[in-house]
Write a protein that binds this ligand. Sequence first.
Ligand SMILES: [Zn+2]
Length: 249
Amino acid sequence: MSDVATTQISLFDARDATSVPTVRHSRRARRLSVRVFPGGRVEVVVPPRTPERTVREFLELHQDWIEARRQHAQRDRPPPPAFPPAAIELPAFCESWSLRAVPGPGRVRLAQVAAGELEHRGEPAGRALRPMLRAWVRARCVAQLGPWLDALARETGLCYARMAIRRQRTRWGSCSTRGTISLNASLAFQRPAVVRYLLLHELAHTRHMNHAAGFWRLVAQHEPGWRSLDRELTGGWRHVPHWMFDDGD
Ligand SMILES: [Zn+2]
């Protein structure tokens, strides 16, 4: 990327930080353009060496349009996701769990009270509940992904040594030279077909420790639709609930 640092121009209401447009100098920009993001942030993209006066005039000329778009964007802003959630969906395992609060004294506890039913007891749920939910998702992954990986290994004849469930922010899985397959706990929030593809992908790495043609041939042998599933997995982060990574306030 050739874009350089951003600057700010004080033309709009300084009391509202989102109304102050961010100016981004882009080497590839041919003309001035303005964007209003969801939430109301305004960004002006300007070609290199554009005088500040030109930017100012451009913004003044379009001020009404920007302001209208900004108010629209702010109105449409989705409310912050509720926590704790009333239910947790784990599409990978076709599971749906309700989450019920039972307020009372003592520290926070999380319990599976029946199939598909979770309860958290104790002090009104604050920060303590999030790590517990994450540990619970991880446990669901150990219980479900383990047998799934075993079944796929038998089906494909690809052997692995050990499975580990991790909570990573950037990768869905990995395979070590010793044959340890690490899987991301957030796979629980993906479609079964996508999860199956990732398991296959990592199993194929037990034979090819690279992404060369031979590797993809092996993957395609067991999953002809791997391309679209791989793409879907890349965008799969948006299905992961915020509490898997955020600790809240
Ligand atoms: Zn890979």
